[in-house]
Design a protein around this ligand. Sequence first.
Ligand SMILES: *[C@@H]1O[C@H](CO)[C@@H](O)[C@H](O)[C@H]1NC(C)=O
Ligand SMILES: *[C@@H]1O[C@H](CO)[C@@H](O)[C@H](O)[C@H]1NC(C)=O
Ligand SMILES: *[C@@H]1O[C@H](CO)[C@@H](O)[C@H](O)[C@H]1NC(C)=O
Ligand SMILES: *[C@@H]1O[C@H](CO)[C@@H](O)[C@H](O)[C@H]1NC(C)=O
Length: 396
Amino acid sequence: MIPSLALAALLPALAAAIPCIQFDADDNLYAFGGDEDVALGTSDAWASPSPKQLSTDGRPPWNGNFSQCLLSRNANALYVLGADASDAGAIYIYDFAGNAWTKQATTGGSDALQNSRSSAILDHNTNVIFTVGSSSMYTLDFGSVTATAAGSLAWGVASTPKFASEGYKVTAAAASNHINYFGVPGSEAGSTDMFIVHYNAWQPQPAKYTAVGGNNFPAQSGQAVSLATANSTLPPYQMLFVPNDLSSSFIVTHYTADWSWNDTTRAPMAVSLVNSTQELPAPTAKDTEASYACSETHCVQMDTQGNIYYINAVGADYTVTPGAKWDKMSYKLTPYVAPTPTGTNPSGSATGSGGASASNPAASPAGSSSGARTSLNSGILGAVLGVAALAIATIA
Ligand SMILES: *[C@@H]1O[C@H](CO)[C@@H](O)[C@H](O)[C@H]1NC(C)=O
Ligand SMILES: *[C@@H]1O[C@H](CO)[C@@H](O)[C@H](O)[C@H]1NC(C)=O
Ligand SMILES: *[C@@H]1O[C@H](CO)[C@@H](O)[C@H](O)[C@H]1NC(C)=O
Ligand SMILES: *[C@@H]1O[C@H](CO)[C@@H](O)[C@H](O)[C@H]1NC(C)=O
């Protein structure tokens, strides 16, 4: 028998991919980064889903620790950040309509994408990505890119917020064209630090949210995503926030008119919901690295093991659905064992070219599905996997 310590020593060479979940512009749900990437349909299909496998050609290697899947509703495209450990600046684009992956090269921001699974947002109106890394806030203008990679784009430094260098696990989501930062060091419960996208400026005072029929959100980092707005020409107004202690979840609603800080006459929700917090049940999976996505009405959690949970979070009137609960989907995304370039390729010379290995199904480790790909030497990885499998079998 191999002692468990020996197994522990083997584990760093293997890394379960960190999968992520997202919708397309038509509210179809997708799960990415498992043994396969799949389409799961709209919410009415989730009780008995019929997963459809997506193209594997040129998909990300899914070996980054903080992969984030952002939806561009205007382009009907997915932008995957932080999913390629050998090319930290790469952004993989999935064109929902064309079922095709391309890889966008970027410069000047590789260390910007290494903070958390909620560090980046995509501005609805401009298609600009904002992210906060270990020292600065960076932006990348995807206005010209839409659904297919083109040329190379340069990240720019937008700002150097103090919290960026305070060990803050960035927890950002956009609402009403403002970026909310939850759980910034020193912040209070029910408040966020706020960046005003269209003025490229920080709001001097924290944004304050009033609890409506429940608790307000705690002053913690966690994860946050926007809910879509039914009228897709309008930006998101609501956010799902899940604090790190996973004790609850919250729908946070922000509205500010473009023309006035206090005019709520054209707010799409009741005035009592402007700048409010509504509480939802705690997510089922107690996994701080789970992935989240929301349509106009539903929010979905997928944990790092690929289990998927969904909740009918809000109605068309922006209020949380009474009695809403998280349900488990019968489909589970099979975890994909991603290669770690640092463990098996100390020279760090992985090519990172998604296209080359995508066309080589022989590179799939340990006979897993054709969706599993690697840019590393398949012999070395296969051997490592084999030894680990042996160790696991011996312990079991
Ligand atoms: C991911 O995290 C693991 C464990 O902390 C670490 O060993 C590895 O280097 C990280 N990978 C990247 C790409 O940062
Ligand atoms: C809503 O919050 C924003 C951001 O803090 C603030 O500028 C705005 O005045 C608030 N609106 C109302 C009606 O209080
Ligand atoms: C969507 O919002 C835009 C901008 O406010 C408005 O012009 C348009 O009429 C709205 N569309 C619908 C279907 O309500
Ligand atoms: C907004 O604030 C200004 C200045 O305090 C005030 O004159 C105005 O009536 C307010 N507007 C609304 C819609 O509350």
